[in-house]
Design a protein. Structure first.
Length: 384
């Protein structure tokens, strides 16, 4: 009887240890060896592997909505919302200008010079974050002002969770408002803090004064990764922080000892930095900079495509557009599972001049390249 009991205890102990190992906080779901991938030849990848068609939407150009770039974009069934960090503009799905939402200024209904926005389709509201801590809330349907509030911390970025609460990510080093070990604050739609997640590493790692955070939504979860870091985290719908992906960069200087300050003129040509991550059900699209920006020098840009199922890390150029023989494509956004990018008119004009015999995409997309000029607004490309 004692032998049976002992065996039973050993079995229980073994199962318990196995469970503990499976929840090792250092484990990640995906591991990408970026440095090794960049040492291989670039792979030629065709857009037809991802899509059957591309829809092009030229955004109307007038004096009320002049855009030279698009910093963020959101699609609904009927509208396109775009921002260039200074303004937020609404277009219909044919590209017709509808309205500007909020305006630049210091009033209670106005935003500052540096903005980001997120759309809450569930409650038909759109949130405009104005650096460093002001939030405007406007109607998603009419653009009208609803309310505004301020938070007591300096915001790096934010997302809207599945339950409608706001998730704010603070800067690595808060040099305007109160310094805080909390890297995440969960706030209701009126600005009341309901929860927070601390980062104890901030006690010893406060050298990087830039400290921005890259975020994106993936189904019900929020993904986030700090500037110059090498790990992507997931904040679940239940507000639990989990490891998600690790990027093996093999930099000579570890991010914990990295000191980056404005006007320092850092070069560090061989330093790899993840600047953007996009995700679909099957792929991660990763943009990598090689070399830290310094006066008069732009970092080299690399594109990495990671196949989740096969664990392949592919070094590639932008995707070759064999769907309609248009210009090459690399997504700038993923919205509701769709790959979305944009082209500047000058880019399309140049591409047509260089590939006159192959440039046939315009024939089936409702607009002619001959009708746009280099000073027009960008052309949205939706891949399906």
């Amino acid at each position: 009887m004692r032998s049976i009991t002992l065996i039973f205890i050993l079995i229980i102990g073994f199962v318990s240890c196995s469970k503990k190992r499976s929840f090792n906080e250092n484990e990640t779901i995906y591991n990408l060896d970026i440095r090794s991938a960049l040492g291989t030849e670039k792979q030629l990848i065709k857009l037809s592997e991802f899509a059957e068609k591309i829809t092009y939407i030229p955004l109307e150009t007038n004096s009320n909505c002049l855009l030279k770039k698009i910093s963020y974009l959101h699609l609904t069934k009927d509208y396109i919302f775009v921002s260039d960090t200074r303004g937020l503009y609404q277009f219909d799905m044919k590209g017709n200008f509808v309205r500007q939402i909020s305006t630049l200024g210091n009033g209670p209904k106005e935003h500052g010079k540096r903005i980001r926005f997120r759309a809450d389709e569930l409650n038909s509201e759109i949130y405009i974050f104005s650096y460093p801590n002001k939030i405007l809330v406007n109607s998603l349907e009419t653009g009208e002002f609803i309310r505004s509030f301020r938070v007591k911390f300096e915001v790096a970025d934010f997302e809207i969770s599945a339950d409608g609460s706001l998730v704010f990510f603070t800067k690595e080093f808060n040099h305007i408002l109160n310094q805080s070990l909390s890297e995440i604050f969960v706030v209701d739609k009126f600005g009341n803090v309901h929860d927070s997640i601390s980062n104890q590493n901030r006690k010893k790692n406060r050298n990087n004064v830039i400290g921005y955070v890259h975020t994106y939504k993936s189904k019900q979860d929020i993904m986030f990764m700090g500037t110059y870091k090498d790990k992507l985290y997931k904040l679940t719908a239940s507000k639990k922080k989990e490891n998600y992906a690790a990027f093996h960069l093999d930099n000579n200087v570890n991010w914990e000892k990295l000191i980056i300050e404005p006007q320092m003129g850092n070069r560090m040509d061989n330093f790899l930095n993840i600047v953007k991550i996009l995700e679909t059900s099957d792929f991660l699209f990763v943009t990598v900079h090689e070399g830290i920006r310094s006066p008069g020098k732009v970092p080299l840009k690399h594109q990495i495509l990671y196949q989740k199922k096969s664990n392949e890390v592919l070094y590639t150029e932008e995707l070759v557009n064999d769907v309609d023989n248009g210009p090459s494509f690399w997504p700038s956004f993923v919205v509701n599972g769709k790959l979305v990018g944009y082209y500047l008119p000058l880019q399309l004009i140049k591409d047509k001049d260089e590939n006159a015999n192959q440039f046939s995409f315009e024939e089936s997309n409702g607009f002619s390249i001959k009708t746009i000029s280099k000073n027009d607004n960008p052309i949205i490309a939706i891949v399906e």
